[in-house]
Design a protein around this ligand. Structure first.
Ligand code: NAD
Ligand code: USQ
Length: 382
């Protein structure tokens, strides 16, 4: 299958591009490398040293003989995007290429606007590009579990059966996102659903939970193929952040009570979920929604798990309850359905002590790269 991976230089996109190439797909990457520029802006870095995109794909070719073509450019530049679509004629377009940090989107007005324009306009261009150049192409779009927020009823996969005043319908599940970034994903979902209806686009919206880990079999083949791993208060995510904090003797930064519950998955499952979606395309005109996570945890559960494994490895650290920089419920009901990907063959890698230990052992090799001033959160929602 000819597959474009947009955002293929990023944390989820790079291992996905390698994995799909390994499975024999003809893969190309679109990326404007802006994620590397946010590091410059925030004076931050990936804890793992990462090679340039050119070096990465060159090494991959050397090791496997497989070519991954790269197109450096912005989805917001429609002429560029259209040209790539004409050249590649993709059967699937995997879309990771967005500004994905909630705190980054809440820094100030400029960052909120940048996030929503980058994400919403980029996705609109992809929808127009598919319509005009490759109308049969299957859009596999990364959404987020955070689109739903934390309602006091179970979260379904995209749609909810509602009975109201004696009538029934199946409606899009209500969205209550918690940041301008998460809102951008809701706006994307609406635009995609609308174009499925009016133009017959085939699309899968993958409402992904928080991804942890960094390695896949492919990224482990050579240090040049290493994946990025974020730890700072803006781009670092729970669990990955806690594991890295434990290796530098930093208290684990639980925000508030820590009862915030979220869906999580291993990066190894992210790449497999994309493959499953690609191999089982949505029908023409179908807007299909999968909840892409494997387990639910509270933030405090995760901190306790990391604290235990870190102690066994000789790192004794405390769990701190910081004043929450976000506006969110810290104790709430949470129960989300995630059966569709499993029904299509996903076999989850669950979060065991061994998995935490393995990530910890990888990051400890690079702990001297951590810029300590970047660990505490410095963006507030108010
Ligand atoms: P990332 O920032 O590491 O990667 C995104 C990539 O897209 C970067 O390489 C960036 O340079 C590129 N990009 C951004 N805007 C672009 C544009 N306009 N044109 C071309 N390239 C552009 O993020 P990630 O963690 O790999 O996340 C990938 C996707 O998955 C995002 O859409 C994110 O919202 C979603 N997601 C991520 C997580 C997670 O825990 N990391 C969880 C759920 C959903
Ligand atoms: N949190 C802490 N301490 C920390 C970091 C986070 O307590 O040091 C808490 C946050 O307050 C929040 C939860 O952990 O309640 C998750 O925060 P996060 O930073 O790990 O994840 P989030 O901001 O939700 O965003 C990440 C990705 C985003 C993706 C989302 C999936 O950056 O791209 O969309 O996870 S989800 O959470 O399902 O929406």
């Amino acid at each position: 299958m000819n597959i474009i991976v947009a955002g293929g230089d990023g944390f989820c996109g790079w291992p996905t591009a390698l994995y799909l190439s390994k499975q024999g797909h003809d893969v190309s990457i679109i990326d404007n490398l802006v994620r590397r520029k946010y590091d410059d802006e925030l004076r931050s870095n990936s804890i793992t040293p990462i090679a340039s995109l050119e070096e990465r794909v060159q090494k991959w070719k050397e090791l496997t003989g497989n070519e991954i073509r790269t197109y450096e450019g912005d989805l917001n530049h429609y002429d560029f995007l259209k040209e790539v679509l004409k050249r590649e004629k993709p059967e699937a377009f995997v879309h990771f290429a967005e500004q994905r940090s909630a705190p980054y989107s809440m820094i100030d007005r400029e960052h909120a606007i940048y996030t929503q324009v980058n994400n919403v306009v980029g996705t609109l261009n992809v929808l127009y590009g598919i319509k005009e150049v490759v109308p049969d192409c299957h859009l596999i779009k990364l959404g987020t579990m955070g689109e739903y927020g934390t309602p006091n009823i179970p979260i379904e996969e995209g749609y909810l059966e509602v009975e109201h005043k004696g009538r029934k319908d199946v409606l899009p599940y209500p969205k209550q996102p918690g940041s301008f970034y998460h809102l951008s994903k809701v706006h994307d979902s609406h635009n995609i659903m609308f174009t499925c209806k009016i133009w017959g686009i085939r699309a899968t919206d993958l409402n992904q939970g928080i991804v942890y880990g960094l390695d896949t079999d492919e990224t482990q083949m050579d240090p040049v193929l290493a994946n990025r791993l974020d730890y700072d208060g803006v781009f670092g995510t729970a669990l990955n952040r806690f594991i890295i904090q434990s290796t530098i003797g930093h208290d684990l930064t639980v925000y508030g009570e820590g009862g915030q519950t979220r869906g999580f998955l291993n990066i190894r499952d992210t790449v497999r979920c994309i493959e499953i979606a690609a191999e089982n395309p949505a029908d023409k005109g179908e807007f299909r929604v999968f909840n892409q996570f494997t387990e639910e945890f509270t933030v405090l559960d995760l901190a306790n798990k990391v604290q235990k494994v870190a102690k066994e490895e000789g790192y004794t650290i405390d769990v701190a309850h910081l004043e929450n920089p976000r506006v969110e419920l810290e104790n709430h009901f949470y129960e989300a359905v995630n059966t569709k990907l499993r029904d299509l063959g996903l076999e989850p890698h669950l979060l065991t002590d061994e998995v935490i230990r393995e990530i910890l052992k990888t990051v400890v090799n690079h702990k001297d790269r951590v810029i300590k001033e970047n660990v505490l959160p410095n963006v507030t929602w108010k």
